[in-house]
Design a protein around this ligand. Sequence first.
Ligand SMILES: Cc1cc2nc3c(=O)[nH]c(=O)nc-3n(C[C@H](O)[C@H](O)[C@H](O)COP(=O)(O)OP(=O)(O)OC[C@H]3O[C@@H](n4cnc5c(N)ncnc54)[C@H](O)[C@@H]3O)c2cc1C
Length: 414
Amino acid sequence: MNEPGSGQAVQSIQSRCCIVGGGPAGLMLGFLLARAGVPVLVLEKHRDFLRDFRGDTIHPSTLELMHELGLLEDFLKLPHQEARQLGGQIGDTLLTLADFSHLPTQCKFIALMPQWNFLNFIAERAQRLPAFSLITQAEATSLIRDGERIAGVRAQTPLGPLEIRCDLLVAADGRQSIIRKQAGLEVMELGAPMDVLWMRLSRHGDDPEQTLGRIDAGRIMVMLNRGDYWQCAFVIRKGGYQEIREQGLPAFREEISSLVPYLRNRVDELGDWDSIKLLTVAVDRLRHWQLPGLLCIGDCAHAMSPIGGVGVNLAIQDAVAAANLLAEPLLDGAPSFDALRAVQERREWPTRMMQRVQILVQNKVISRVLASQARPTPPWLLRLFGRSPLLQRLPARLVGLGFRPEHVRSPRAR
Ligand SMILES: Cc1cc2nc3c(=O)[nH]c(=O)nc-3n(C[C@H](O)[C@H](O)[C@H](O)COP(=O)(O)OP(=O)(O)OC[C@H]3O[C@@H](n4cnc5c(N)ncnc54)[C@H](O)[C@@H]3O)c2cc1C
């Protein structure tokens, strides 16, 4: 077949389900559907999963799902660090804010692991299933419509154009989703006052262990303990990146050193601006996550703020809910529109609640700190949490499990 005007042969494929995007949402859904025996094809535009800035936290809710799938033991053999508590330093005051040790889960910690290791693990397990296919370097470019119904997707690959016709197309292509744009789905922008500069600095033997947020006059930095290095997220005012660059790298290094003095002897590792990546923060949600033949999940349906590092886990929860609700209908053919709507009905409330909490923190903490030059002191509520191990269980539950955690109910093919 030839694409009009291109002169290049178009290869056509049929699949019961096609998923655009091999991130946490897309790969987990692909794995679960294939495990249930549904033929599924995942398209990923990159060659591999080896890329940075994707969120490195695997929360207890996701570890619990790995346990339910019988994968936990092997998964925890991958190199990782375990954060059993989350702390913060506000001005001079050190506080423990969340303690995971009482969660009713197998793992009472957040596993810190580069996301590519997590994605490689799921992809490798999925590829053992006969119903699963993954095509990398396949970038979805446009939708195929059949009247009102979305009937598939066109993609570009190094071997030429590809056309996939399917009973269900799942958009899991992240916050910049081309699929949701082409489908014309309405996006509700919820706003974020900040962006993030993402960088690594080496970790020395006498550094603290704890994964920590630091807040001081006009500055916020979160440091994830990654063994021999710190993964640092330096929070800046939205749109403030250019100004920081104009002030120069020495000034930026000084900002970091004065916020975290023990980093002073290694800030020179930030040799140029290429070692510091700007991550634009967006918080939004689709009004409708579906059209006939199409379902959006993960960041494509709801981009999360980095607060709490919950985005990966919400994406995975969406995948589990979608598999629970759609695997059986998909074994018989195209799921009804009502079945697709049921996924949004299941997942919208936990998403909305989490975004509400994130926006509260953005407005009450982040915006205020970034706008002030005064040295902050912890508000009484945080001091209370810092003093009470009992209260520290609440944020641990919120961050570690989220609202209405999902469990694997989708069938396993014999
Ligand atoms: C600054 C920042 C820090 C964060 N930190 C954390 C954290 O610590 N912990 C956490 O849990 N979350 C964090 N997040 C959020 C987290 O990264 C996302 O919520 C999560 O990755 C969403 O997963 P997803 O599968 O929906 O989408 P994505 O991870 O965005 O995956 C989408 C996939 O689709 C592919 N794709 C895109 N377009 C196409 C196309 N046209 N064709 C084919 N493939 C395509 C992409 O290459 C990608 O692999 C952070 C986000 C930001 C902005």
